[in-house]
Design a protein around this ligand. Sequence first.
Ligand SMILES: *Cc1c(COP(=O)(O)O)cnc(C)c1O
Length: 374
Amino acid sequence: MKVPLLDLAAQNKPLRADILAALERVMDSQGFILGPEVEKFEAAAAKACGAKHALGVSSGTDALVLALMALGVGAGDEVVTTPYTFFATAGAVARVGAKPVFVDIDPATFNIDATRAAAAITAKTKAIIPVHLYGQSADMAALAALSHEWNIPIIEDAAQAIGTDLGGPLAGRQAGSVGAVGCFSFFPSKNLGAFGDAGLVTTGDDALAEKLKIFRVHGSHPKYYHKWVGGNFRIDALQAAILAVKLPHLPGWTKARQDNAARYRKLFAAAGVEKAGVVLPPEVRPHIYNQFVIRAPRRDALMAFLKERNIGTEIYYPVPMHLQECFVYLGHKAGDFPESERAARETLALPIYPGLTPEQQAHVVESVRDYYKA
Ligand SMILES: *Cc1c(COP(=O)(O)O)cnc(C)c1O
């Protein structure tokens, strides 16, 4: 039995006719950049994300760069963020000329530790970027209090967390709707995936929405007049048209991921692998399982063993940001953020996509059990 890490065929197949119709509509309209298809998707996305404004952009990475630019973050500024994330989070900070200031993660959620974030704030801190890693939110109640106390905006990296309820005191509100700006990615492996690169920024602030809109088109306003230097951060009409077809199905796909996670928990409990030291992802807050990430003793050998059994897995992420070669200038060394380093050593993402069958999940769990029995 083959179990790929991700297979989108099952989710795309029933939408084939609708997606092809949307592509034809864009082709016939010849409106390829922004325009009515994009505005239609933005209105639906704003509603789905619980945000007042939503702007389609070229990628999740560009969403972060755009947010930083619109908030005026640049050279000499510091941005407090997590070292345990996809590169784009820290990369965006460096690209606008600011300094990423890393603080370690909460080992239960893999997200930035709010207490450590508080301790890292200085007079130079211009933004805080929590990442809602794997689909579970950071402690936004604590971070929002911090943001309020110091008057420092939060940019939420919600690339993996579209539709995630923040839980606790913020129950009913979604990832990306509490910070000054929410950043989303529609990279094909995200819960809502485009047919290529695309992303979204959300905000509840009218003036900031206007600024984001202007920075999205080179800082041009009116056309050919530039008060600021922005970039080309536009979303393609084709991607927006595809995403508009897919968006209504997102809640169902999310539910399927959550059901799969619940099934894994049952199967793993029955298999008794927790005695071997396997740790399943704790649900500290609501989770939409963009990834189902376990901690596993002798992780690399387990990964190789599962590969032999035709099971796709991935390490998100093997090298924390503070140990990346491009950030050597920040002066960090191994041991600076022990929880991030431990997560990088121990974690393994298992297949969780909607469409994964119970038989496939049983095969994954049996294989993990066999590995630890051997
Ligand atoms: C995917 C991702 C991004 C970047 O999104 P792209 O659309 O690939 O540019 C940023 N941050 C996190 C946490 C991500 O997972």
